[in-house]
Every structure is written in C-alpha cells, then in structure tokens.
Design a protein around this ligand. Structure first.
Ligand code: 5GP
Length: 178
C-alpha cells in the first residue's frame, strides 16, 4: 500500500508523519533532494542529499517514481524506496498528483492547518525563511489547500499532532482491512 501525505509548508507534516509511522509500523520513504542539508538533519535518514546535476541525471535514467521542484529545489521519490511493502510518501502536491494519476488506488491524505493565522504563526516561529519568503509560502499554501480539498481522499486538520496522527492511523487501518 502506498500512502501519500501532503500539506502546506509549516503545517507540521514531518512530526505527524513520524507519529503515524510509529503508530502503524509503516516506514516513511526517504526522498532525494538537491537542497542543502539543514542543521540537525542526517543524510540517508532525512533525505538523500544529491546535487542538481546528479538529480537531473537520475531523472533521465528514470530512477524516480515522481519528482517536483519545490521552492527552487528538486525533490523526488526514488523507485527503489517504494519497491517493497507499505510505505508513506511525505511529498508536495505536484508530486502527489503525478503519483495519483498513475496509481488511482493510492491512499491520499492532506493535512490542513487549523487556520491560516495559525499556519503563519508556525512558519514564523520556525524562523527558517526570510520575511519575504513567508508571504510566498502562505500564498502557495492557499493554492495547495485548494488542491488538497479537491483531489485527496482524506483531509485531516492538524490541530494537535498526536490527534492528527491517530486519525490518519485509523484511516490507514480501515483501508488495510478492505
Ligand atoms: P523541506 O525542504 O522543508 O524538507 O521540504 C519542502 C517540501 O518538499 C515539503 O512540502 C515536502 O513535502 C516536499 N518534499 C519532500 N520530499 C519530496 C519528494 O520526494 N517529492 C516531492 N514531490 N516533494 C517532496
């Protein structure tokens, strides 16, 4: 089973996905990216960090199930990551649309912020983006939320990460029993 989880920047996907993985025992696919490694991140645990040239080479080779350019950097799911067993893909909406197009049976879940104000608070608190970038993220978030509501099978609000994770784990369990 392939499970796709998306949500706007700052919604708290990372935390929720880790909790879902713990609750269900389903692993999270490690994505490849051309962006810089951040402090606290570990290569081959958080991402496969590869440069843009290698990324493009691997696109040519057909190594990716999907990829997208997100905020100027390449991100993609390697086919080798989804070759075996159940797996959670924590990917953006562009990549998710490609996966859903080819595999309509995929379980798609979109994470919503409790409100746009709360999303702004979370992005600001994280302090990762310069001020101008925050506005761009919020604008992009609105477009993504629109896609999320229209194209994903399930929409879950991330008010509290443990609650959201439990809700998603229940959705997965229900889908598994079908
Ligand atoms: P970040 O740089 O903050 O780790 O991630 C930025 C965005 O890239 C997030 O929205 C995340 O979901 C998305 N992303 C991470 N990995 C992948 C991937 O493999 N494919 C796609 N399409 N998006 C990804």
């Amino acid at each position: 089973m392939l499970i796709v989880i998306s949500g706007p920047s700052g919604v708290g996907k990372g935390t929720v996905c880790k909790k879902v993985s713990k609750l269900t025992g389903i692993r999270i696919a490690i994505s490849a990216t051309s962006r810089e490694q951040r402090k606290g991140e570990k290569a081959e645990r958080d991402y496969y960090f590869i440069n843009e040239d290698e990324f493009k080479l691997r696109i040519e080779r057909g190594d990716f199930l999907e990829y997208a350019v997100v905020y100027g950097h390449y991100y993609g799911t390697l086919k080798t990551e989804v070759a075996e067993g159940d797996v959670i893909l924590e990917i953006d909406t562009q990549g998710a649309m490609k996966v859903l197009k080819n595999n309509p049976e995929v379980l798609s879940i979109f994470l919503l912020p409790p409100s746009m104000e709360e999303l702004r608070n979370r992005i600001e608190k994280r302090g990762r983006e310069p001020k101008e970038a925050i506005e761009a993220r919020l604008k992009a978030a609105e477009a993504e939320i629109d896609i999320g509501k229209r194209r994903y099978k399930h929409v879950v609000t991330n008010d509290d990460s443990s609650k959201a994770a439990k809700e998603i784990a229940d959705i997965i369990k229900q889908a598994e029993s079908l």
